[in-house]
Design a protein around this ligand. Structure first.
Ligand SMILES: Nc1ncnc2c1ncn2[C@@H]1O[C@H](COP(=O)(O)OP(=O)(O)OP(=O)(O)O)[C@@H](O)[C@H]1O
Ligand SMILES: [Mg+2]
Length: 241
């Protein structure tokens, strides 16, 4: 997508008297950045800060789009919890963004995405009747349904079996090609497969980590992909929160 801006985030986030993290993060426009780091280090908090949502803390610093325009209304967001509305059917959950904006729901597109996440037979069910991995795929379809230049995905594949996860990575890479994507993950293999940029957050700094010299979406079995994910795992095990 042309015109997908980058984002810079620079500053310090505090929870009461405690400094949660210092960050100097540059998310390049039109590319995938995978954000990793220990549980509780503040990955979801960074997404919520940029989105203008409550984080329970205070951020001193700035976050800006590289094109200078406001970020408001240009980001679609898949939260760590699926946030499906229990009283709506699966297909109505996927269309909810458009409905809230007063648009005529684009049911054909919602059904097409539902088919592509492997849930075409479940359009009229309520979320409570689905498994955790099925719910996560509905939330993914809802996020892909939105046509925004910037997309935040917070552990979007965490509840999926390995085969479905690989399929959904491929779907997301195809649908979101050319957009600015910030993906939070704990999975080094996922990061190495998808990322143009890998960034590791610790309390002290944000550090970019080298990606293989091949084009994303990478072959899971390529030797440089496997070697890179092994090095990244060793690095993640060595860093403090
Ligand atoms: N609304 C809130 N009020 C107070 N503290 C919060 C709030 N939300 C998160 N925190 C705290 O901020 C810190 C970072 O949380 P965050 O959810 O960003 O971590 P994370 O890196 O995404 O972790 P995980 O990998 O487990 O999802 C944690 O110590 C958490 O307890
Ligand atoms: Mg999180």
């Amino acid at each position: 997508m042309s015109g997908s801006p980058g984002i810079t985030v620079k500053g310090q986030h505090r929870l009461g008297a405690r400094v949660l993290f210092n960050t100097d993060l540059h998310i390049p426009g039109g590319q995938w950045t995978c954000l990793l780091g220990r549980s509780g280090v503040g990955k979801s908090t960074i997404l919520r800060l940029i989105l203008g949502l409550d984080t329970g803390g205070v951020f001193h610093g700035s976050f800006d789009a590289t094109d200078g325009d406001p970020l408001t209304g240009r980001i679609s967001y898949m939260a760590q919890s699926d946030l499906l509305l229990p009283w709506l059917s699966v297909v109505d959950n996927i269309c909810i963004g458009g409905r809230l904006r007063g648009e005529v729901p684009w049911i054909a597109r919602a059904r097409d995405l539902l088919d592509r996440v492997g849930l075409s037979g479940h359009a009229d069910q309520k979320p409570a009747t689905l498994s955790g991995g099925m719910r996560q795929r509905v939330a993914l379809a809802r996020t892909l349904f939105e046509d925004r230049p910037i997309v935040f995905l917070d552990e979007p594949f965490s509840a999926l079996d390995a085969g479905t996860r690989a399929d959904m990575q491929e779907l997301a890479a195809e649908v979101l090609q050319g957009r600015t994507v910030l993906l939070v993950t704990h999975d080094p293999a996922e990061a190495v497969r998808l990322a143009h940029q890998i960034t590791v957050l610790s309390g002290q700094e944000t550090q970019n980590w080298p990606v293989p010299d091949t084009t994303a979406l990478r072959d899971i079995n390529a030797k440089e992909t496997l070697a890179s994910q092994a090095r990244l795992l060793a690095h993640l095990r060595g860093i403090a929160a």
